[in-house]
Design a protein around this ligand. Structure first.
Ligand code: HEM
Length: 174
């Protein structure tokens, strides 16, 4: 009888062990896939201001996009922050570099133009911290703003040299 009891305990322990092993394995398989699997084959897009404005969180079933330093991030998973009527909705559907750098939601800082003109060293540093530790860490990159690369008339922006931009680190973006 105690033999039966022992057998039951052994099989229960065995079951728990196998179950735990399977759970652990499936998690690490997912992690490995993320680390070494083929990159998602989504083409990187070039966004005009009008393109980007469509992803401003007003439509419930459309992704939400936001640019920082000309890099367009899919912030849909942060819908609670960025969706319709959410606190930070004014930051999406555009390049919010300036607002992010200044931690400001004022209309004057929600401009697409001259996004880094006149920012202080501290603001540039803060911009970089948020760019790296929030946006790049949390959200997939879906493209770049045309403004980063083209002039308003569509000609290439020859003045734009990423490597000359304050705190720009192009190689880290890819
Ligand atoms: C009294 C002022 C503020 C307080 C107390 C505050 C607090 C917070 C907190 C607690 C979070 C994290 C929420 C979470 O992870 O669940 C957050 C996120 C955020 N805050 Fe603020 N905030 C303030 C002002 C601002 C301003 C002025 C901006 C302007 C740019 C801003 C931009 C953001 C953004 C963009 C996020 C979301 C980042 C993400 O996608 O993870 N915040 N805030």
């Amino acid at each position: 009888e105690s033999n039966l009891g022992r057998r039951m305990v052994v099989s229960l322990v065995g079951f728990v062990f196998v179950f735990t092993a399977l759970v652990v394995l499936s998690f690490s398989a997912e992690e490995l896939k993320l680390k070494y699997g083929p990159a998602e084959s989504q083409p990187v897009r070039l966004f005009t201001d009008e393109d980007l404005a469509k992803y401003n969180g007003q439509e419930d079933n459309r992704p939400i996009y936001m640019a920082v330093k000309g890099v367009v991030f899919d912030v849909t998973s942060g819908r609670d922050f960025y969706g319709k009527d959410s606190l930070y909705n004014s930051l999406v559907g555009k390049d919010s570099t300036r607002a992010v750098a200044k931690m400001s939601l004022k209309a004057e800082d929600l401009t697409d133009d001259d996004v880094t003109t006149g920012l202080s060293e501290d603001e540039l540093q803060s911009l970089d911290d948020v760019f790296n530790n929030v946006y790049k860490a949390k959200y997939p990159i879906v493209g770049y703003t045309a403004q980063r690369i083209l002039n308003k008339d569509g000609s290439p922006n020859r003045n734009f040299k990423p490597e000359d931009q304050p705190h720009f680190n192009l190689k880290d973006e890819f």
